[in-house]
Design a binder for this molecule. Structure first.
Ligand SMILES: *Cc1c(COP(=O)(O)O)cnc(C)c1O
Length: 345
């Protein structure tokens, strides 16, 4: 089936040092920031851990919104760094409400940090990001946004929305490699990160990235550069720019709408309503009279990308993946047809 030959990956030329900074600039454009963007040679979860390790410290109180396991992990990393963490847990696999966030901010006027995921691939929900960022801004709280899944799936503009730290990766809606991540850092956030007691000589240190890369003229990345990943990121960004980020977001929105309509035509209901759905995946609860495990099994025979949601409450939902190259009407149509024939059996 596949004609992929891994041997073509051997002996790549080095990625030109003078082009590394432009990768960050191109990411900055997609994120919508005129601030600094760091490139981390690791998948996005490591970048998220680095943000928590670099912003958390004793004396910092953080409001951490949990709508999937990513939020659970972020809270753990903040605590490990010494921060005190106030958790806001939305109803299982549901978005948080801006009202709950406002209440937590009011109850903890000493909070200096707020973290959340924008759109979840785990459950197919989307949090009311702009309203939450506005609330944080009004109180001068530094914000961290996990936009790994949402960038390319939803309109995003960090500076305009007031997001201070944004973590992004090319491997979801941007359909790129998973081994280089981007972290946007606002001036306000640098003031909290660049401290004398900040972690250093650590793979999780953003201060190291600042000293060794930003302040050093943005040449080669710290450590041994991975030409394979940098070339792949370069090619992925070429493809993103050729299509245009608005068109990519539009393609994901259409795929999500087609998935919702298709489920409805089968008498099923998408888990998230149109106002709070992520455009990356569409989840549905299997009908009560059907064995979910065997339904999933027959769906996976048609398309191995069918999966259960991840995290409390989402783990009984079946997900249709329409992220990246799969944000395509034909892929969605095939998934709906697979569900129709599995339900008939
Ligand atoms: C995929 C994803 C990540 C990153 O996970 P990886 O293991 O690096 O792919 C982080 N946050 C969210 C919300 C994600 O969907």
């Amino acid at each position: 089936m596949s004609t992929f030959d891994p041997a073509i990956l051997l002996d790549p030329p080095p990625f030109p040092v003078e082009r590394v900074a432009s990768l960050a600039d191109r990411f900055a454009k997609l994120i919508g920031t005129s601030g600094d963007v760091l490139l981390i040679q690791a998948e996005a979860v490591v970048a998220l851990e680095a943000v928590a390790a670099s912003l958390g410290r004793p004396g910092v109180k953080a409001i951490n919104i949990i709508t999937s396991p990513y939020g659970v992990w972020f809270g753990r990393w903040l605590r490990r760094a010494g921060a005190s963490v106030v958790e806001i847990r939305a109803e299982a696999a549901r978005p948080v409400s801006a009202r709950a966030v406002a209440a937590a901010l009011d109850a903890h006027p000493d909070a200096g940090l707020l973290a959340l995921v924008h759109a979840e691939s785990a459950s197919g929900i989307r949090n009311p990001l702009e309203a939450i960022l506005r609330l944080a801004r009004e109180r001068a709280v530094v914000t961290v946004v996990d936009a790994v899944a949402s960038l390319g799936g939803h309109a995003f503009a960090a500076d305009r929305m007031g997001a201070d730290v944004v973590v992004a990766g090319p491997q979801k809606a941007l359909a790129g490699p998973a081994g280089v991540s981007a972290v946007a850092v606002s001036q306000r956030a640098w003031a909290d990160i660049d401290r004398t007691d900040a972690p250093q000589t650590s793979a999780l240190s953003l201060v190291d990235q600042k000293r060794l890369w930003l302040d050093a003229g943005r040449g080669a990345l710290p450590g041994t550069p991975s030409p394979l990943e940098l070339w792949a990121l370069d090619a992925a960004l070429d493809r993103v720019e050729a299509e245009g980020i608005e068109a990519i977001v539009g393609r994901h929105a259409e795929a999500a709408a087609a998935a919702r309509d298709g489920l409805e035509a089968l008498g099923l209901t998408a888990w998230a309503g149109p106002a709070d759905a992520s455009h990356l995946v569409t989840a549905f609860a299997p009908p009560a009279d059907i064995d979910a495990a065997s339904l999933l099994e027959s769906l996976r025979e048609a398309d191995p990308e069918f999966s259960l949601g991840v995290g409390a409450g989402a783990d009984r939902l079946i997900r249709l993946n329409h992220t990246g190259r799969r944000a395509d009407p034909q892929v969605v149509h095939a998934m709906i047809s697979a569900i129709a024939s599995a339900l008939r059996r």
